[in-house]
Structure formats: C-alpha cells, structure tokens
Design a protein around this ligand. Structure first.
Ligand code: GDP
Ligand code: ADP
Length: 188
C-alpha cells in the first residue's frame, strides 16, 4: 500500500494541454484537482470554485498561499490547504502551475512533487488551440505577447533532470506517456 501521497504538477506553455492532462489524471486516476486562485477574469464557461477561485487584488492579499506569481499581468497562487484537502481524503493531488510555481513546488516538496512539463512540436499550434478553446482574440494576443508565455515554452534549467517531459501532439500518445509516468510513481 502506498504510504505518502503525491502532488502531480502539470506545467508548460499556455495551450500546451495542462488542463486537459489534469482532468485526465482526475478522471482516470481519481486524483484530487487543486483549485488555485487568480485575479484574472473568468473565460467563457469557466466557473468559480471549479476552474479557479476567482479573486480581486484585495481578496488575494488575505489568502495564505504556498506560492504566488504574476503571469501576464494577473496574480495566481496556490495554498497548502488545497493540497492537504486531497491528501486528507487519501488522494493524490494534481495542480496546474506555471514553470515558476513548478520550481517552487520542487524546492519545497522535493520527490513528493511529480513535475510533468508539457510541450508541443510546433509552437504555432499553441495559439490555434487557445483560439479553438474559445479564448477571445485579445486574450490570445496578450498571452502571446507576455514574457511568461515565452519563458514557459522551454523547460527551465532548474527542472532539467527533474521534470518528466511529455510532447502533447497526439492525445492518444500523450495518454500513454502520462500512464507510464503514473505507473512509475504510484505503487498500489
Ligand atoms: N505558480 C502558479 N501558477 C498558476 C497557478 N494557477 C494557475 N497558474 C498558471 O498560470 C498560467 C496562466 O493560467 P491561465 O490564465 O489559466 O491560462 P492558460 O495557461 O492559457 O490556460 C498557467 O501557466 C497556469 O498553469 C498558481 O496557483 N500558481
Ligand atoms: N493533443 C492535443 N491535440 C489537440 N488539441 C488538444 C490536445 N491537447 C489539448 N488540446 C486542446 O487544446 C486546447 C488547450 O488545452 P488546455 O488543456 O486548455 O491547455 P492549457 O491548460 O495548457 O492552457 C483545449 O481546447 C484542448 O482541448
């Protein structure tokens, strides 16, 4: 029986498939999805408490966060309470973070944080996927112009040899790569 629980950290550029992989881990492996906090406005179809806890700059300041970042002019942060909620229920957690957050999780939680860095072969497909997802044109433009988007296209040096790198071109193939990582970590 597996004793300690893990947090699977899904990171990578906007549109690389982080949310898709997190939802797969939740559904296929019954992982607990950690809902993080943000000051950005909800996208069409996003729901408070499901996709994010949507905050104002004022409410964001009152939270006790494990880590916090600025990404494309909005604040994002995750709490230890969010992680413990899953672990208390005996579940492994899954959380979607930018690469700065993934580095912090690695530094603070060591092997307990399983980092998966997503990439695609053709970077142009990222903007296409964001548009197909229904993001407004201005939102896509803002993402593409942000320094964080460009930073997260590449695996950061601090995660070299640490993160599992998965190329998310073909979803069926991605699932196989994710299954192999989970199998390697989790012994039932
Ligand atoms: N460090 C950190 N990053 C987060 C957190 N929540 C979300 N993110 C990241 O913030 C970035 C922007 O997220 P989002 O606005 O949903 O845009 P998307 O990447 O286009 O889906 C993504 O890289 C997310 O993984 C958090 O609590 N901490
Ligand atoms: N392998 C794939 N091939 C084609 N589209 C994909 C693939 N993986 C994810 N998508 C789609 O791309 C869009 C962006 O994925 P998403 O998971 O929201 O990315 P992120 O959370 O990294 O911004 C979504 O519409 C999703 O359904």
């Amino acid at each position: 029986m597996q004793k300690s629980k893990y947090v699977f950290v899904i990171t990578g550029a906007a549109g690389s498939g982080k949310t898709t992989v997190a939802n797969y881990l939740r559904e296929r492996y019954h992982m607990h999805r950690v809902i993080t906090h943000t000051t950005r406005l909800p996208r069409p179809g996003e729901r408070d408490g499901v996709d994010y806890h949507f905050e104002t700059s004022e409410t964001m300041k009152k939270l006790h966060l494990l880590e916090q970042v600025t990404y494309d002019q909005s604040q994002y942060g995750s709490s230890l309470e969010g992680l413990e909620e899953g672990w208390r229920q005996g579940q492994n957690d899954v959380v979607v973070l930018d690469t700065a957050g993934a580095i912090t999780y690695h530094q603070r939680l060591h092997q307990q944080a399983v980092i998966i860095f997503l990439t695609v072969t053709h970077m142009k497909s990222l903007a296409k996927r964001m548009t197909l997802r229904g993001d407004k044109i201005d939102a896509v433009k803002s993402r593409l112009q942000s320094k964080e988007y460009h930073r997260d296209l590449m695996l950061p040096p601090a995660l070299k040899g640490v993160a599992h790198v998965v190329t998310n071109d073909q979803w069926e193939n991605t699932k196989k790569q994710i299954d192999a990582i989970v199998k390697q970590i989790i012994t039932v």
